[in-house]
Design a protein around this ligand. Structure first.
Ligand SMILES: [Zn+2]
Ligand SMILES: [Zn+2]
Length: 196
């Protein structure tokens, strides 16, 4: 693992800015990896799966440290709106969930009164505060199926309604028909018109 400072430098380079969320994300990932005993996450890519619970800067930072990526299926995004992540060791089947403490904000406030704005104060405070002040940690069990794991798709079927292909068992049986989640009624969009 690299040092906190090294990761923060990389994050600033990759994402074009530095913010308190990135500090939390980097530290959250470093703590999770330490708990699992994974020292070289990028060289042990196949060993790690990470669930993130928010779509903000902290998640980019978690991805940077762990090397877990959506495109590799090693990063799983759950829309819970929480600065939290669960790190799963696929070799030992141990998993640890690290969540940012809500009272860390209040503690951070005033630690660097000389700095101009609140975000700057938080950023510096989050670099030096203890893990226990920043995070709660739980050992957890995560249910994974073969269809959730990285690697080649385990299955591929065609939706009988829209004709689109569906990978890895995300299809549903509705009254005997194979449907995608959209056609089964879970759609997040509504077709306005066909662009053809
Ligand atoms: Zn940011
Ligand atoms: Zn469909």
């Amino acid at each position: 693992m690299k040092s906190l400072e090294e990761y923060l430098l990389l994050a600033a380079q990759d994402y074009g800015h530095m913010c308190p969320g990135q500090v939390l994300g980097v530290r959250m990932a470093m703590l999770g990896l330490r708990k699992l005993g994974i020292d070289e996450p990028v060289q042990q890519r196949k060993r790690l799966l990470t669930f993130v619970e928010i779509d903000r800067c902290a998640t980019d930072a978690v991805s940077l440290v762990t090397g877990c990526r959506l495109g590799k299926r090693s990063l799983k995004y759950l829309d819970y709106g929480k600065v939290a992540a669960t790190f799963v060791d696929l070799e030992t089947h141990r998993a640890v969930r690290v969540a940012a403490r809500d009272d860390a904000r209040a503690k951070a406030k005033g630690m660097f009164p000389g700095l101009a704005d609140l975000s700057q104060q938080q950023l510096e405070a989050y670099k030096v505060m203890g893990d226990a002040d920043l995070f709660t940690v739980h050992w957890v069990r995560v249910k994974l199926t073969p269809e959730d794991l990285p690697g080649r798709p385990r299955s591929r079927v065609t939706c009988e309604q829209c004709g689109e292909g569906i990978n890895d068992g995300r299809d549903q049986r509705v009254e005997g028909r194979i449907l995608c989640r959209n056609c089964a009624g879970e759609s997040y969009y509504e077709i306005v018109t066909s662009d053809e």
